[in-house]
Design a protein around this ligand. Structure first.
Ligand code: GAL
Length: 836
């Protein structure tokens, strides 16, 4: 056999083996200063965060499809340690914690994945993702060079890595995961941990590399990361950021697409124009891996929100809204940007870069590659500017970037939005509330029952108590098994006690939050909270009696802290002192009971007895169907409701209720605090100028969060669903309504030579076009008016193309609408309503 023939046979053999074992899809991942390399080729990574526990497995395929349709090629997620290991050594990967299924869903769509294991993740997730039981391990110190902690972190991280390996999910195994992350933004706090912190970072890097998974590891916001790690940037803008390692690519792990919301805060909005501007600047300045944090924010189901005071909605004003709808125009405006970036991938990652300045804040960047060039024209001033490249002058709007893939034609400008704006509406039984002829109130039939305050038995005991102590303890002793912790004690008042006979006696409680309720001798005294500070005092008038007096304090948390140095050590619950304070002619008589014997009990009576699980028929006698109580704290309510028809997302409007938690068919859809008004609004929504979470905040005077998502997969198809509400402060469920969310109205403007896609959703179609003008229309969505030079038949043409359809695509040009003789840049503006 000739040598050549022999070689050919060997080659064929290798190729067929590759085919049999699927290694053709195995991807070798490496990197250099210009980018991540997949099988040796640099690849532009356009990624978006979708956190698997913040939606449901039934929602994942649609979310990921919409991310792909929006032009992403990668999905990023954190891994949520406390969700997977609520009790030490007992793991949960079921339902929306099925990480393997999530990554496989990403793979199925043909996308890559970035797995940020942490396992500290921050993420507005309770305790930053740490299980609270960690805190209670003897000798532990979190996020530093501490053996107890490192052991636990190693056990969990190893478990996750092995789980991924076993399922062949890393790219070199043929899976989608191309990058992984250890720790999270430790660089922001490392200073406070001294040398032990530095040791810890080294240990984290060594742990990560020891897994030999064949893909690079990231440490975000860790400029001095060991060389084995890629350090990356997080923030609203990362254009000027550079990795310290000259051989590492420029990676942006978190471009905050909007912002999160606290109870007590309005709705934050980051404009599509500013977000696109930040992305374009990043790529103009040599970026190669970019991730939207969040692409879909979703919902903090159950008690997973933390910070504290983070709302159940984690909408984030992301390109996909909390329920998975496209948040337009953001989604569409970014889709167009991704398309342009994709088209210039090679010049960006392989081309030669040169830059020309136009004043301090404007510049042109040219990427030359194989005899062709791509231009970015950036204007960081607020006012419009002229920028000249290759002999031609272009007008660049303030705070925007133009991309000219051939250095001649502006294909994209970040300030010119050519995507539709969708105005979302809530419907009751498929009708707008104005037309709805059913019960204007929610129309749900509620039954109710009281929770049972915990008190001492005659012998001074509490059934099912957690522990006893002569001191006031951190709420974390209960390992986060509930938001509620009882602190109960007895005070013996003797006949000659100096407090006896005093008229004004107060119970004084100093707490570290978040809410405290007080009972004295089994009588409810009231509650207090402060969302502006964890630390506050409650004083309540009491009547003491001779002999044994009972103090029962119910402390409530609204999620644990998640960020900052030593955040894990922040105390919550009754901090003390707890005192009885009597007044006698201006003289104070104080009895400090902080170190009397306190009995601790975790959870509410209704939690212990699973009121939320009981079917509507169970234990009916215990639930009252008589008139609903008003102003009565600690009440459980229950009602049934049919599943709304269609596919639009389902929400429950909790207007009228106070604070608590809601379950649907036994699944917690989250904490609510519908009685708390939003504050801190800011009507500066000009996209020009740097964004921060305080800019452009709306919804003040309204409940911080009124609507709560009920994923359709929680609902039953043929039977009624059971909703159970625990209401803490005495709200009323009378107005509670089940609704669906859909597009009500669509507005759009698009420039000449652009293609405009218009769509309704959930089976509804364009019912009526209220406005259409191609030329120089004026005004904004809601009050468009015709310009003087509009094409005459625009409305007819739009009607022909779109009326009665769920989706239509329009080429914005003279060809479509007929010539119109305008002086300026021509645009199409339309406004339409969707319906069935
Ligand atoms: C970052 C953090 C994220 C998230 C974000 C704000 O600092 O890494 O996990 O908390 O802030 O949404």
């Amino acid at each position: 056999m000739g040598v050549q023939r022999f070689h050919r046979i060997i080659l064929l053999l290798v190729l067929s083996l590759c085919f049999v074992f699927g290694s053709t899809s195995r991807v070798h991942v490496s990197y250099d200063a210009r980018g991540i390399k997949l099988n040796g080729h640099r690849k532009l990574i356009l990624s978006g965060s979708i956190h698997y526990p913040r939606s449901t497995p039934e929602m994942w395929p649609d979310l990921i499809k919409k991310a792909k349709e929006g032009g992403l090629n990668t999905i990023e997620t954190y891994v949520f340690w406390n969700a997977h290991e609520p009790t030490r050594g007992q793991y949960d990967f079921s339902g929306n914690l099925d990480l393997v299924r999530f990554i496989k869903t990403v793979h199925k769509e043909g996308l890559y994945a970035i797995l940020r294991i942490g396992p500290y993740v921050c993420a507005e997730w309770t305790y930053g993702g740490f299980p609270v039981w960690l805190h209670n391990l003897p000798g532990i110190k979190l996020r530093t060079n501490n053996e107890v902690y490192k052991n636990e972190m190693k056990t969990f991280t190893t478990m996750i890595v092995n789980l991924m390996k076993r399922n062949k999910l890393f790219a070199p195994q043929g899976g989608p995961i191309i990058l992984s992350q250890i720790e999270n933004e430790y660089g922001n706090v490392i200073g406070k941990y001294g040398d032990e912190g530095k040791e810890y970072v080294k240990w984290c890097a060594d742990l990560a590399t020891s897994y030999k998974i064949g893909i690079p590891w990231i440490m975000c916001q860790q400029d001095d990361a060991p060389e084995s790690m890629i350090s990356s940037c997080n923030g609203f803008y990362c254009d000027d950021w550079k990795p310290r390692n000259p051989n590492a690519p420029k990676v942006w792990t978190e471009n905050w697409s909007g912002w999160f919301k606290d109870y007590g805060m309005g709705d934050p909005h980051r404009s599509a124009e500013d977000l696109a501007f930040a992305v374009a600047r990043f790529f103009q300045k040599g970026g190669s891996v970019h991730n939207y944090y969040m692409y879909h924010g979703g919902t903090n189901f159950g008690r997973t929100a933390g910070g504290p005071f983070i709302t159940t909605s984690y909408d984030y004003n992301a390109p996909l809204d909390e329920y998975g709808n496209k948040n337009q125009p953001k989604w569409g405006h970014l889709k167009s940007l991704h398309k342009v970036l994709k088209s210039i991938e090679k010049p960006l990652l392989y081309g030669e870069k040169s830059e020309t300045g136009f004043g301090q804040w404007a510049n042109a960047t040219v990427y030359s590659y194989k005899g062709k060039s791509v231009c970015f024209l950036a204007n960081v001033y607020q006012e419009d500017k002229d920028i000249t490249v290759q002999g031609t002058t272009y007008r660049v709007p303030g705070w925007s970037v133009s991309i000219l893939p051939d250095c001649e034609t502006e294909v994209y400008n970040t300030a010119k939005v050519n995507a539709q704006t969708s105005v979302m509406v809530k419907k009751t039984n498929g009708e707008d509330d104005d037309n709805y002829e059913g019960n204007p109130f929610g129309g749900l039939n509620w039954v109710w029952r009281d929770d049972k305050p915990v008190g001492l038995s005659k012998s001074g005991h509490v059934r099912g108590s957690l522990m006893m102590s002569h001191s006031l303890l951190d709420q974390k002793i209960a390992n986060d098994t509930s938001d509620y912790l009882w602190y109960i004690t007895r005070v013996n008042i003797k006949k000659r006690d100096s407090l006896m006979g005093k008229k004004k006696i107060n119970l004084h409680v100093h707490t570290n939050g978040h809410v405290v309720h007080a009972f004295f001798n089994k009588k409810y005294l009231g509650y207090k909270y402060s969302v502006s500070s964890n630390d506050f005092v409650m004083d309540k008038r009491i009547k003491i009696k001779r002999g044994k007096n009972e103090i029962a304090l119910l402390s409530t948390t609204v999620g644990y802290n998640n960020y900052g140095e030593f955040f894990d050590e922040t105390r919550h619950g009754i901090w003390g002192p707890v005192k009885l304070v009597g007044e006698n002619h201006g003289e104070k008589i104080i009895k400090n009971v902080s170190s009397s014997l306190w009995i601790y009990k975790s959870g509410l009576y209704g939690e212990e007895n699973k009121f939320y699980e009981a079917g509507i028929h169970n234990a009916r006698r215990a639930w009252h169907s008589t008139s609903l109580p008003s102003n009565r704290p600690f009440v459980w309510y229950k009602a049934t409701f049919p599943t709304p028809l269609g596919t639009d997302p389902v929400v429950v409007d909790l207007r009228g209720l106070s604070k608590g938690e809601v379950w649907v068919n036994g699944k917690s859809i989250g904490r609510f605090w519908a009685s708390l008004e939003a504050k801190g609004c800011n009507d500066n929504c000009d996209y020009r100028g740097a964004y921060s979470g305080e800019k452009c905040v709306t919804g003040c005077g309204e409940p911080t969060q009124r609507w709560y998502h009920i994923p359709r997969s929680f609902l039953k198809e043929y039977e009624d669903n059971v909703m159970v509400v625990f209401d803490e402060f005495g709200g009323s469920p009378q107005l509670v309504k089940i609704q669906t969310v859909t597009i009500g109205k669509v507005c759009a403007t698009a420039y000449e030579d652009k293609t405009l896609e218009l769509s309704c959703q959930g089976g509804s179609v364009f019912k009526e076009f209220h406005f259409a003008d191609y030329g120089e229309p004026e005004g904004d969505c809601g009050d468009f008016s015709r310009g003087s030079c509009g094409a005459r038949h625009t409305m007819n043409i739009i009607n022909q193309k779109c009326l009665g359809k769920e989706r239509c695509v329009i080429r914005v040009s003279d060809e479509t609408f007929g010539a119109s003789h305008c002086n300026g840049e021509k645009r199409l503006a339309v406004e339409a309503s969707c319906g069935v």
